[in-house]
Design a protein around this ligand. Sequence first.
Ligand SMILES: Cc1cc2nc3c(=O)[nH]c(=O)nc-3n(C[C@H](O)[C@H](O)[C@H](O)COP(=O)(O)OP(=O)(O)OC[C@H]3O[C@@H](n4cnc5c(N)ncnc54)[C@H](O)[C@@H]3O)c2cc1C
Length: 306
Amino acid sequence: MTMTYDCIIIGGGPAGLNAGLVLGRARKNVLILDEGRPRNQVTRETHGFLTRDGVSPSEFRRIAKEQISAYPSVTFVADIAASITGTDGHFQITTAQGITHGSKKVLFAVGKKDVPLDIQGLADVYGTSAFVCPYCDGWELRDQALVLIVNGAHAAHFAKVMSGWTKRFTICLNGSDDMTSADREELTQHNVPIYDAPIRSIVSTEGIVQYVELEDGAILPCTGIFFGPKLVTASGLPKTLGCEMTETGTVVVDKFGKTSVPGVYGAGDAATEMYQAITAASLGALAGIGINSELLMEDWGRGHDQ
Ligand SMILES: Cc1cc2nc3c(=O)[nH]c(=O)nc-3n(C[C@H](O)[C@H](O)[C@H](O)COP(=O)(O)OP(=O)(O)OC[C@H]3O[C@@H](n4cnc5c(N)ncnc54)[C@H](O)[C@@H]3O)c2cc1C
């Protein structure tokens, strides 16, 4: 086993990187283990992050790593945390490359990942003209003709939110039958077209959607798509270690990222359902403060104050 770190951060997205920055500036020995497969890797630009509006996800990470490298107690390793054992003060993390690292504290900043939506042609447009969040990509598609692929239970809410960016959208339920008659009536009153049939395919040219074709033969021309993805936490390790999870698979944390397991923290998409890079970074910063504070109090208690 290599040295024992003050903290191992699993995940090097906005959450893990901001935690690393805080802990590096607090003079803690930190290892950031990152597989390098963030959820937004399909996109060309990240929006809505003050001072970084429009940069690519890879450029965001490059700048972050450059800035963190000013703090020599932070080490980056490109590897996957494959297993974790131990308790507060004595965790052991073994990577896919077979290296075991020791750590006093652990931060899960592993993000979430999409469960692939089984729609032909969606992968060709995801991140280029099909998106998941209007706050992230609605501005770029403002006033355009869009198809919203959403299940019936969420369609009315999604329509109201989207109406802030464009009034020219069509609801495509893709075969789901859980829309209430009240929601259907409300959308109809607002002249929102609703298509029930399953999608046959999404037809595109060089990543730009041309139209959505339904199984009943209907053709829905559009220049963009928003859809509601299903998400899962990107690593099973928080659950393995016994962290309390919500029903929807999010790690339960307090305001400083503390999980139900002593010495274990969570931040970013893995620990929230507000999926924004700046929110993830903010939660990472708070977890960094929580971890540093806990380490300092423990050290102080042991009398290491000289
Ligand atoms: C298509 C799309 C577009 C988006 N656009 C925007 C936008 O414009 N603006 C915005 O604010 N937000 C946007 N988001 C949301 C944003 O990407 C996320 O909220 C943000 O990346 C979350 O940061 P994170 O650090 O929690 O997780 P991530 O950025 O997902 O990083 C998690 C990292 O942990 C790594 N990891 C996971 N498991 C392990 C393991 N076991 N060992 C080692 N490493 C591991 C992953 O490989 C990854 O590198 C978008 C999301 C999507 C899907």
